[in-house]
Write a protein that binds this ligand. Structure first.
Ligand SMILES: [Zn+2]
Length: 290
């Protein structure tokens, strides 16, 4: 059985001390490819290095809405040079994808609901929605122009996201709404535009019953699975792999917990693990074309 993580951040400093163990565990768990998302100009070189060292890594480069306010004046040039560094390799053949665009998106939560002292947002200038929109649309246009898979983050801005996606050119291959947690009524609208949706292990927490229902009903051909590691831990009782906490005491999600997320999602949808894995493999390869 081949497993695919549609969205994570293996470049994160929380995982750096554990890298050899993490990659060994991923291989042992049957994880064939992982989409590693850069989020800011300073972590793009880390993503590139990981992709160079590990064939399991499919790199993706983007400016995350949390980081949009701290971008340099060279951010577009930097992004293009990371993408072009992958596409200038003489092999593999030209239809094979070397890098995607992401993580990009929109986030009103950091503006309206996040605590002012949230440690994850320390030192970040929180870009207003108009500025986030500008940064998002530039990256989306690039994904459309090059037909690259775009990995999209959205919190508290689904109406705006839908309006923007409806009016913008989109990648012909589709795009990913990672850890989609928007209204169930909007799933059809996004699906019609080419969306895929990735189920995150953190949705297995008791308080996310609404999301489990939503993912149980999603069209099978748009379903993906993700860890968002090292963030978004599964409930501890479901974790098969664990890592020590980060230096600041934060819990760290081991990306090989992807296997447990697949198993739980199969149960939710009332299908065998094998048939879920076969379907998700088809979807992953269709969107990411690796
Ligand atoms: Zn992410």
């Amino acid at each position: 059985m081949n497993l695919y993580d549609a969205h994570n951040h293996l470049q994160d400093a929380w995982l750096t001390p554990h890298r050899p163990r993490v990659f060994a565990d991923l291989a042992a768990a049957g994880v064939r490819r992982v989409v590693v998302n850069g989020t800011c100009e300073t972590d793009w070189p880390e993503v590139a290095a990981l992709a160079h060292e590990n064939s399991v890594v499919l790199p993706s480069y983007g400016l995350h809405p949390w980081d949009a306010g701290n971008r340099t004046s060279d951010w577009q040039k930097n992004l293009l040079s990371h993408l072009d560094a992958h596409s200038s390799h003489s092999s593999p053949p030209s239809h094979s994808l070397r890098a995607g665009i992401g993580e990009i998106g929109l986030d009103r939560w950091i503006l309206d609901r996040a605590r002012p002292d949230d440690p994850r947002l320390a030192g970040l200038r929180r870009a207003p929605v108009t500025e986030q929109t500008e940064v998002f649309l530039w990256q989306l246009a690039l994904a459309a122009e090059r037909n690259l898979p775009a990995s999209i983050h959205c919190l508290d801005a689904f109406g705006l996201l839908h309006d923007l996606l409806r009016a913008a050119p989109l990648p012909a291959r589709g795009f990913l709404l990672h850890a989609y947690n928007g209204p169930a009524e909007m799933v059809k609208n996004f699906t019609d535009l080419g969306a895929y949706f990735s189920f995150d292990g953190a949705f297995l927490a008791p308080r996310h019953a609404r999301l489990r229902e939503l993912y149980a009903a999603l069209p099978a051909d748009r379903l993906l699975v993700e860890t968002d590691a090292p963030a978004m831990r599964l409930p501890a009782s479901l974790e098969k792999f664990s890592l020590p906490p980060a230096a600041d005491g934060s819990a760290v999600n081991h990306p090989a917990n992807l296997a447990a997320t697949y198993a739980a999602l199969a149960q939710l949808r009332g299908v065998s693990l094998e048939s879920l894995a076969t379907q998700v493999e088809k979807n992953f390869l269709r969107l990411f074309a690796v």
